[in-house]
Design a protein around this ligand. Structure first.
Ligand code: NAD
Length: 369
C-alpha cells in the first residue's frame, strides 16, 4: 500500500489570522483542509467562501473523523478549552500562540495530549523561516564563538492602531509579553537553547486605553496586564539577553534581535517574520557582512509551516519542531516576567527543552525532514 501523503486539517477560529493560515496552507500539499468553524457561524461561512473551503459548526468539525489535526486559531483565553475538546475527540492539536494564558492551564493541555497519544503543537513557526534557520546555522557553525549575550527588542504604540477588535491584547492573556514574547523567546531558544532564570521590571502606565482603529474607534478598553516590560534572560548556556517588550513605544531604532559572541556579533531579523537580513560583524569591523540566506521559506509569510512540519512528523514518526514542550517552556519564561516584576525576585525556570532540530536541505524538495 502506498504511504499516506496528506493529513486532514480542521480550523477553529475564523478571525484575523485565519486568512494568513488559509493562504499559506496552499503551499503545503500535506495539509488537506477539511473545514473551518467559529463560534460565530457567519464569520466561518464568510472565510470559507473567500478561500474555497467548507464551513462547519465547531461540533461537526470535532466529530468529523477525516479531521486529524485541529488548528486552533481562537483567542488566547480559549486556546486550552478548545484544545482540550479537540484532544478528547482524538485530534492532534496545533494552537496559535500563546499555547495557554498561564503555565498551569497550558500544562494540562500538554499532559492531556500525552495521555491521549496525540501531538500538541503551537505557534510561533516563524523560527522555521529561512532567515532564522540561517541564523541558527551561523550559531551552530561556531563562527560567533561562545555566545555571551544579546538583546531582544519589540516596541509599538499598541495594536489598537490597526486591529479591528484589539481588546483581548489588554485582557488577561494579552500584553506585549504573551503576544510578542512567543516570537522573541522562541527565536532565542532556537538559537541559544533553554532559559534558566528571568529577572524583570514592568509597568502599566494606563489602566484603560482608547481603541484607535475602526469599527470600534473611541471605545475604551480596560488594561489588566503590564504593557511595558523589561528584563534579562539567563540561558542554561550562561548567555545573558536583555529583553524589552512594550505596547508603550511611539517609535524606536533598535534591532529586533542581536546576538553577541566571543568572535562576532549577529543581527537576526524580526522573529515575527520568516525572512529578513542576517548579518555578522567581527570585533572592530567597519561594517556588517551579509549572511546569504540559502535556506527556504524566507521569501513570504508561511504561517502554517509549523502545522506542515507537524503533519510530516506524524507521517514519518519523528518529533515535530513547534512542540508543546517548547511552547510550555516559553510560556513559563513569559510568566516569569510577570512573577519577577511583581516580586522583585529572580525567577528560576523549571522546564527544560532541547533546541528543535534545524531544518535541512530536504525542504528544497518540497518536504520537511
Ligand atoms: N492577528 C494577528 O496578526 C495575529 C498574528 C499572529 C498570531 N495571532 C494569534 O492568533 C489568535 C487569533 O487572533 P486573531 O487576530 O485572528 O483574533 P480574532 O479575534 O480576529 O479571531 C478569533 C476568532 O476566534 C473565534 N473564537 C473565539 N473563541 C472561540 C471558541 N471558544 N470557539 C470557537 N471560536 C472561537 C472568534 O469568534 C473569532 O472569530 C490569537 O491567539 C493571536 O495571538 C494573531
Amino acid at each position: 500500500m502506498a504511504a499516506r501523503q496528506r493529513l486532514g486539517v480542521g480550523i477553529i477560529g475564523a478571525g484575523n489570522i485565519s486568512s494568513q493560515y488559509l493562504k499559506a496552507m496552499r503551499t503545503f500539499p500535506v495539509l488537506d483542509i477539511r473545514g473551518i468553524a467559529d463560534m460565530r457561524p457567519d464569520v466561518a461561512e464568510r472565510k470559507a467562501a473567500e478561500f474555497g473551503v467548507k464551513a462547519a459548526s465547531v461540533e461537526a468539525l470535532l466529530a468529523d473523523s477525516s479531521v486529524e489535526i485541529l488548528v486552533n486559531l481562537t483567542i488566547p483565553r480559549a486556546h486550552v478549552a478548545v484544545g482540550l475538546r479537540a484532544i478528547a475527540a482524538g485530534k492532534h492539536v496545533y494552537s496559535e500562540k500563546p499555547i495557554g494564558v498561564n503555565f498551569a492551564e497550558a500544562r494540562t493541555l500538554v499532559a492531556a495530549a500525552r495521555k491521549k497519544g496525540v501531538r500538541i503543537g503551537s505557534a510561533p513557526d516563524t523560527f522555521l523561516g529561512g532567515s532564522h534557520q540561517q541564523a541558527r546555522a551561523v550559531v551552530d557553525s561556531g563562527k560567533l564563538g561562545t555566545i555571551i549575550g544579546g538583546t531582544a527588542s519589540f516596541g509599538v504604540p499598541g495594536h489598537e492602531y490597526w486591529h479591528p477588535d484589539p481588546a483581548f491584547y489588554y485582557d488577561v492573556g494579552g500584553g506585549p509579553v504573551l503576544d510578542m514574547g512567543p516570537y522573541y523567546i522562541t527565536g532565542l531558544v532556537n538559537l541559544l537553547g533553554p532559559v534558566k532564570a528571568v529577572q524583570a521590571m514592568s509597568l502599566t502606565p494606563a489602566k484603560q486605553r482608547p481603541i484607535r482603529s475602526e469599527p470600534k474607534k473611541g471605545q475604551m478598553m480596560p488594561v489588566k496586564v503590564f504593557t511595558h516590560v523589561t528584563g534579562t534572560l539567563q540561558f542554561a548556556s550562561g548567555a545573558l539577553v536583555q529583553v524589552s517588550l512594550s505596547f508603550d513605544v511611539p517609535k524606536h531604532t533598535h534591532r529586533p534581535l542581536e546576538i553577541y559572541g566571543t568572535e562576532a556579533s549577529m543581527q537576526v531579523p524580526d522573529p515575527n517574520m520568516f525572512g529578513g537580513e542576517v548579518k555578522i560583524a567581527r570585533p572592530r569591523a567597519e561594517d556588517w557582512d551579509d549572511v546569504p540566506v540559502r535556506i527556504p521559506y524566507a521569501d513570504a509569510n508561511y504561517r502554517s509551516l509549523g502545522v506542515a512540519d507537524m503533519a510530516y512528523a506524524i507521517l514519518n514518526d519523528r518529533p515535530h519542531r513547534c512542540s508543546g514542550d517548547l511552547a510550555l517552556h516559553v510560556l513559563e519564561v513569559m510568566e516569569a516576567f510577570e512573577t519577577a516584576s511583581k516580586s522583585g525576585q529572580i525567577v528560576r525556570i523549571k522546564t527544560k527543552v532541547e533546541r528543535p532540530a534545524p531544518m535541512t536541505d530536504s525542504l528544497k524538495r518540497g518536504k520537511i525532514a
